[in-house]
Design a protein. Structure first.
Length: 458
């Protein structure tokens, strides 16, 4: 009887502790990883590193000197040698280990064994990156960081850089317009495409940049950001008037660059430039980011007159995509579907958009439009995005690399408030004054009347 009582007294706290750990793992994975997962995975890695590497075929035969030393000093069997391991660096989302490759190994060997390493060490995922020739970095992610997105505090900020989402390897996805000037973003209704666009606008609002919008849904997506926009077109007719102005602005900037070059035998190298970023600060025009929401609306036609207008707009968009980068004009094209069936010029415009972000789409053909020409293996990943995870997307570029990302939640009110606070940063561009959106006056909040007690008199 006493043994049973003792067992119950001990088993109760153990069961409660196990239940608490299970609850924390399900509801608070970051806290569970810091308290339980990190120590357990570290011990498991240290105790099984050699055997796991040997089982995965990541070991090599020892050198002759090592064989002679082992045979001379001990009687044990000479075993294959695993890669030299650096110190384990814990992070808030996992572990990082730097490995020095043995002769004859390459990073692809470790990438091919990433799934086996994940199961052997009990982590959510393992990612391999090359640091330098002969050295790779293993990033072990302890839990699904895309289930509840929390952006890292130290993200790359800078001119025309916006940390807009989180990658599946727990690193921030930074939209860098200087590196990838133009991008195509696709996504079905309620896929998170608008949230992605909202993060871009809110991230660029505090920077020295002109924001221009074309929103053919009567401005319902971009109108809340009107205090920070330098121009806004809310239908195809206004877009047809705005695009030629942007093309003229681009041509004027090229004239400025050409006049500033002045290449002579004695001109210093730092004064020779072919884009606006080589101009002096006081002469450099402000960069322009053009947001095009629901780009398919610009291609749809109903009459012969509409077809002529469509052809002109598409031609101007293609010119901006081909020549705008050096003039400091960048495109962010968004839509639900974008392919050759839209009409003449659609495929040519898509070919100029280096970056690709594909949210959940309604069919495989839409995913192929976004990613099929740059990363065919990413098409299936885009088609497998569940509706229960809005904001989840597949991001790639023309280099062929791709990864899963997810945008954190940002309310429309918070994004609009950021634009209102940055309204004083709207640059002075005379060519765009006609298209400056009307900013509604915020109602003045009046305090409730205060009733003071009446004095008591005789």
């Amino acid at each position: 009887m006493s043994d049973l009582t003792t067992l119950l007294e001990v088993g109760g706290p153990v069961a409660a502790l196990g239940g608490g750990a299970a609850y924390a793992r399900a509801k608070h994975p970051a806290a569970y990883w810091s308290t339980v997962g990190l120590p357990v995975s570290t011990v498991r890695l240290l105790s099984s590193y050699g055997s796991v590497m040997e089982a995965c075929g990541l070991t090599v035969a020892p050198s002759r000197l090592r064989v002679l030393a082992v045979k001379a000093m001990t009687q044990r069997e000479v075993r294959p040698v695993p890669p030299r391991r650096g110190i384990i660096r814990p992070t808030t989302t996992g572990l990082r280990i730097r490995l020095r490759l043995a002769p004859g190994q390459e990073p692809a060997d470790f990438a091919a064994s990433a799934e086996r390493l994940r199961h052997a060490w009990g982590v959510h995922a393992v990612y391999v990156t090359t640091v330098k020739p002969g050295v790779v970095d293993l990033r072990l992610v302890g839990y699904d960081v895309l289930r509840r997105v929390r952006m890292p505090r130290k993200a790359a900020h800078g001119p025309l850089k916006v940390p807009v989402a989180l990658r599946e390897d727990a690193t921030p996805f930074v939209r860098d317009y200087r590196t990838i000037p133009h991008q195509l973003t696709l996504g079905a209704t309620l896929s998170g495409k608008s949230m992605y666009l909202r993060h871009l606008v809110a991230g660029l609002a505090p920077q020295s940049v002109a924001l221009v919008g074309i929103d053919c849904k009567r401005g319902v997506e971009l109108a809340p950001f009107a205090p920070r926009l330098s121009a806004l077109a809310t239908d195809p007719e206004q877009a047809a008037e705005l695009l030629p102005v942007l093309v003229n602005e681009m041509e004027d900037r090229y004239d400025l660059i050409k006049a500033r070059q002045g290449i002579t035998p004695g001109t210093p190298d730092e004064e020779i430039t072919s884009d606006i970023w080589g101009l002096p600060d006081h002469e450099r025009p402000v960069p322009i980011v053009l947001f095009v929401d629901e780009v398919a609306e610009l291609f749809l036609v109903a009459t012969k007159k509409d077809e002529e207008r469509r052809d002109e707009m598409v031609t101007q968009l293609i010119r901006l995509a081909q020549l705008g980068r050096a003039a400091g004009i960048y495109l962010e094209v968004c839509g639900q579907r974008f392919g050759a069936e839209l009409g003449k010029g659609a495929t040519m415009l898509r070919a100029q958009l280096t970056g690709r972000v594909c949210h959940r789409v309604n069919d495989e053909a839409s995913a192929k439009m976004a990613l099929g020409d740059i990363a065919p293996e990413a098409v299936q990943a885009a088609c497998s995005i569940a509706p229960e995870r809005p904001g989840l997307a597949v991001a790639g570029d023309t280099s062929g690399g791709w990864s899963r990302i997810r945008t954190p939640y940002l309310s429309l009110g918070d994004a609009a408030e950021t634009c209102r606070e940055s309204a004083h940063l709207v640059p002075d561009l005379p060519a765009l004054k006609f298209f400056r959106p009307d900013v509604p006056v915020r109602p003045v909040e009046t305090a409730a009347p205060v009733f003071l007690p009446r004095p008591v008199t005789d």
